[in-house]
Design a protein around this ligand. Sequence first.
Ligand SMILES: [Zn+2]
Length: 534
Amino acid sequence: MPEPTVIAGGLVVDGTGVSAAQADVWIADGRVTDVQPAADYHAGATVIDAQGLVVAPGFIDVHSHADNAPLLPEPDLTKLRQGVTTEVVGNCGFSLAPRLASRREQFAAFLQRLFPPARWEGERLSDLLAETDRRGYVTNYAPLVGHGTLRLMAMGMEAREPTATELREMGRLLRQALEEGAFGLSSGLIYPPGLFSRTDELIELAGHLSPHHLYTSHIRGEGAHLEESVAEAIRIGREAGCRVQISHHKAAGRPHWGKTRTTLAMLAEARARGVEVDQDVYPYTAASTMLAACLPPAFLDVPEPDVLRRLEDPDWRDRLRRALAEGVPGWENHVGDCGWDGILISSTASHQFEGRTLAEVAGDLGVEPLEALVRVLVRERLRASMVIFSMDEADVTRVLADPRTMVGSDGLPPGFGGRPHPRLFGTFPRVLARYVRELGLLSLEEAVRKMTWQPAQKFRIPERGRVAPGLIADLVAFDRDRIQDHCDYRDPGRPPDGIAWVMQAGQVALEQGRFLGERLGRRLEPASGGIGQE
Ligand SMILES: [Zn+2]
């Protein structure tokens, strides 16, 4: 028997929300074996002194886009440095698999808007996972399957309802991915091709989910259409009989600030009526997505080269001008809601334009802002992302404070470089620094619960999320007085301070910000029974 390890004298915040207590956490064979009142002497054990530190379960990022992280040559440390040990990927309707051979080129061109190129062979989720297993995981990997991906496989980018055959094909691919270990189905209803779907299609597909799966959604609108979009997600849960997660819940665009009062009440009421619906949030007032989301749906129902041709066509440009000025029913108009100076270019394929607002790019180029938007999209062949200053702090704090809200970074895929939204680097430390220590919005215990045991239960993350005997020793130790994110939108990449170490299955993976070199994460499959110690 190897010697046990004891993490001695830390302030243990166990993840369930109960009061923190100074304790010793005993670990053997990768699992917590005991949690005892802090002692002075630990016979026969390797001691890790944790006095002055908080010891908590490793954080669970319920909303990540780091599907490609295992396929990158360099380890992606953006989450581990925040104390995250598990990431749910495949969000917002985008998953790398399944990928049918017949759609391979079209899919690759489509994915370029969000992901750097990634190589793997085969078609099925199990083929992708064979490759990611081979490369290894920095954090635990919990994949969802994307509705947008399924739709593209069954019917391309077409702006219409699926035929019965196409809908059956989507269902078949979904069931196959679930059997191969997916945690559920995600949708992104502001993005093509998801935005072309009607509610019935989503109800039909969500009907394939088992009780241990869930449906997560970037809902159809987060501004002008926020309430009806929340209602749609609730309806999908009720009619499909599935569990629902509203992703990155927010009220976007000044005219819509304050609407989270209504939506949080709607969600509470739906729960009271038996729909298991919850939400997550990232702790920032700026959003981020691909720059092409500034274009109205009419531009986007064709392959990339045709989208680019439309952008260069004077008639289409007039259509764009009208759409941005007047809006389009059912479409989220980021430019209209936030203005040209409210959109900051964060990453582009060439790295030109990064860190400049569209208003500034227009000034730099000596053109009007609409022309600046078109030029960036064309030059970068749509491979560009943006930060959008769209939210009110009052909505962010209201959502975060709701007891049913979890934390998700929504960090965009690693590997592009550029200046991605600081949420990629600082989400979890920021909750603990700003909303616990500085503003007192949440207690330490409540904040940790939102990042650990609560998401473990909702997403059926097996044997993790809590410091308790029998569970896997994925743990983080941090200094509650020093933990700090760095939130600079124009220079976002600095890692957080105050995380002492991160442990995965009993082994330290990161110490004082330094990666010790081993990919200790694992691929997870959803727990169909209890998740341990419930
Ligand atoms: Zn999203």
